[in-house]
Design a protein around this ligand. Structure first.
Ligand code: ADP
Ligand code: MG
Length: 326
């Protein structure tokens, strides 16, 4: 398959009809109509084989995840995703691999009504870069910098499961990694790792309520640290109030489960700072969407993270999360 046949295949599989796509794949640039009264959100994430997913990961999972991690960034601004572009670097063109990859990408794109409007295609070690664009009512994007002392820390989604899935994957040979395991708990871990569910549906609940918002891609402590630095606050955090904690502790023991929950990456959960008088509405809204949510701590003016479990202070782990250059 040649480069232009590949682009045709991408267009046929993934182009969707959105009225605001004035010009999609095929020209030098896409032309998009941003709705009046909205700000444009733009974010890019790259997945590199062997770094962001283990070698041997199913192509359809890679397609899904490459869009999911970008959708999560739009969710983390409390926005609505709209358009994406896809830069594919492939060692060779394998039509079967491409078909499965596009199937995974398209499934998620359809679900969130995201139109693929362009991209780039090159040869090299497997790497996928997606740029996503979304919209948010003017002035209402939720930043990392707005948390105030007295706000509650609320987590949405499961923490630690994707890291548990990664542990499992790395423990089996590359050729076995696309097979589904029998154990339902391990299957759920692998789903969290390979098919993260971006929490886009929470945006309308969080807009106007959350004072700060971030998605957890590198680990709870690492990403929470960004909110603390940018907001100029500290936080008290209770490990035992995190919904996924009891289940992981029962399976892996307290020490390993603590590391998974606090420093495991790739979950694409959301962390929000919520003023106390809004917490109930936010938790009820998440419950209505079937998304696990819990208030797990509170922000304070004293800097730093004070970790506790069952009422006792706990030391922070040495490593707070994933860092590409550490
Ligand atoms: P140019 O040389 O002007 O950059 P290309 O030949 O790279 O154009 O791409 C032609 C068209 O196909 C453009 O509209 C581009 O956005 C689109 N395109 C190329 N690769 C991809 C891809 N992997 N996914 C989606 N669209 C793509
Ligand atoms: Mg190009």
């Amino acid at each position: 398959m040649r480069e232009f046949a590949l682009i045709d295949r991408v267009r046929e599989t993934c182009a969707s009809a959105r009225a605001d796509v004035l010009l999609g794949i095929g020209d030098d640039a896409a032309v998009l109509a941003v709705p009046p009264g909205h700000d444009l959100l733009v974010s890019t994430d790259t997945l590199v084989a062997g770094v962001h997913f283990p070698h041997g990961t199913a192509a359809s999972d890679i397609g899904w995840k490459s869009l999911a991690v970008n959708l999560s960034d739009i969710a983390a601004m409390a926005g609505t995703p709209a358009w994406a572009s896809l830069a594919l670097t492939l060692p060779a063109v394998d039509p079967d691999w491409l078909g499965e990859f596009l199937e995974g990408f398209r499934t998620l794109a359809r679900r969130f009504d995201v139109a693929l409007v362009g991209g780039d295609t090159t040869r090299g070690p497997l790497s996928i870069t997606v740029t996503i664009q979304g919209v948010v009512p003017a002035g209402q994007a939720v930043r990392r910098s707005g948390a105030r002392a007295g706000d509650m820390l609320v987590v949405f989604g499961d923490l630690g499961r994707a890291a548990a899935g990664l542990r499992w994957q790395l423990g089996r040979p590359e050729h076995a990694r696309a097979a589904a395991p029998d154990d339902p708990e391990i299957a759920a871990d692998l789903r969290a790792l390979n098919r993260p569910e971006p929490l886009v549906a929470l945006a309308s609940i969080l807009r106007g309520r959350a004072t700060a918002l971030i998605d957890v891609s590198d680990g709870l402590l690492a990403d929470l640290g960004h909110v603390l630095r940018q907001s100029g606050v500290g936080v008290s955090l209770d490990l035992d109030r995190i919904p996924s904690w009891p289940g992981l502790r029962a399976r892996f023991g307290a020490d390993a489960a603590g590391a998974l929950v606090l420093t495991g990456g790739d979950d694409y959960a959301l962390l929000a700072a919520i003023p106390p008088n809004q917490v109930e509405a936010v938790l009820a809204g998440a419950q209505g969407l079937g998304i696990a949510a819990a208030s797990i701590g509170s922000f304070a003016s004293a800097p730093g993270i004070r970790l506790g479990c069952a009422g006792k202070p706990m030391p922070l782990p040495e490593r707070s999360g994933y860092d590409h250059f550490q």
